[in-house]
Design a protein around this ligand. Structure first.
Ligand code: MN
Length: 231
C-alpha cells in the first residue's frame, strides 16, 4: 500500500542549543487569559471559564521568517504569548501533575485577522478563519524545561518597529499553565507534540506590511516576525 499524494514533513519547532526539532502535533490556544486584555476586548475577565480555539499544525512560522500580509483582512493583529510544548499526553490530567507533561516553553505570536474575528463574534460564527489561517502560528525557539525550569512569572512584551506595544507578566494569567493543561485535557486526549498558546496581555494592535514585531519573554529566546507584502 502507498499514499496517493506526497506525505508532507511533520511541522516542527527548533529546540535551543543544537539542531534538534520538536515535532508539532496540534496547536491549541487559550482566549482571554489576561484580565487587562479581556477588558480591552469588552469582556468581564472574572466570570468566564477558559475557552479554546486551534490553529493547524502547518501554520507554524519560525523566528525570523517573513509572514506575507494575509489575504481577506485589513486588520492583522499581533498577540504576544507564552507557548507550552507537551512532551507527554493524557486525559483528565490533574493540575498538580500537569507540569510533568510539559517538555518546554517558547515565545509565540498568535497572529489574528481581527476584522474577521469581530464579524464572527457578532454573527456567532466560528473563529477558524480569523485565527487558523496560513502562517498564523508564530512560534519561537523551544527551550526544554531541563534548561529553563517552569515559567510561572516573568515579563512578556511585544514591540513593533522597536516601540513597546504589549507588556505584562506571566504571573497575571487568569488561568495558570497547570490549570490550562488540566482543563483542556478534560475535552481532548492531549498528546506529545501538542502546543498550547496561553493567551495574550493587553495592548494588542495592528501590524502592517513592512513592519517587524518582536516578542520577548524573560528567560526565552526572542521572536522576530517581519510582515511582508501580501501573498
Ligand atoms: Mn491569543
Amino acid at each position: 500500500m502507498a499514499y496517493v499524494l506526497p506525505v508532507k514533513e511533520t511541522p516542527w519547532v527548533p529546540v535551543a542549543g543544537g539542531d534538534d526539532r520538536f515535532p508539532v502535533r496540534r496547536i491549541f490556544c487559550v482566549g482571554r487569559n489576561y484580565a487587562a486584555h479581556a477588558r480591552e476586548m469588552g469582556n468581564d475577565p472574572d466570570r468566564e471559564p477558559p475557552f479554546f480555539f486551534t490553529k493547524p499544525a502547518d501554520a507554524v512560522v519560525h523566528d525570523g521568517q517573513v509572514v506575507p500580509y494575509p489575504p481577506e483582512t485589513h486588520h492583522l493583529h499581533f498577540e504576544a504569548e507564552l507557548v507550552v510544548a507537551l512532551g507527554k499526553g493524557g486525559r483528565d490530567i490533574a493540575a498538580a501533575q500537569a507540569l510533568d507533561h510539559v517538555w518546554g516553553y517558547a515565545t509565540g505570536n498568535d497572529l489574528t485577522r481581527r476584522d474577521l474575528q469581530s464579524t464572527a463574534k457578532a454573527l456567532g460564527r466560528p473563529w477558524d478563519l480569523a485565527k487558523g489561517f496560513d502562517r498564523s502560528a508564530v512560534i519561537g525557539t523551544l527551550h526544554p524545561v531541563a534548561q529553563v525550569g517552569h515559567l510561572d512569572r516573568g515579563r512578556i512584551a511585544l514591540c513593533v518597529e522597536g516601540a513597546l506595544r504589549q507588556e505584562g507578566d506571566l504571573a497575571d494569567m487568569i488561568w495558570s499553565v497547570p490549570e490550562i493543561i488540566a482543563i483542556l485535557s478534560r475535552y481532548v486526549a492531549l498528546a506529545p507534540g501538542d502546543l498550547i498558546m496561553t493567551g495574550t496581555p493587553a495592548g494588542v494592535g495592528a501590524i502592517d506590511t513592512g513592519q517587524t514585531c518582536k516578542v520577548t519573554i524573560d528567560g526565552l529566546s526572542p521572536l522576530t516576525t517581519p510582515i511582508g507584502a501580501p501573498g
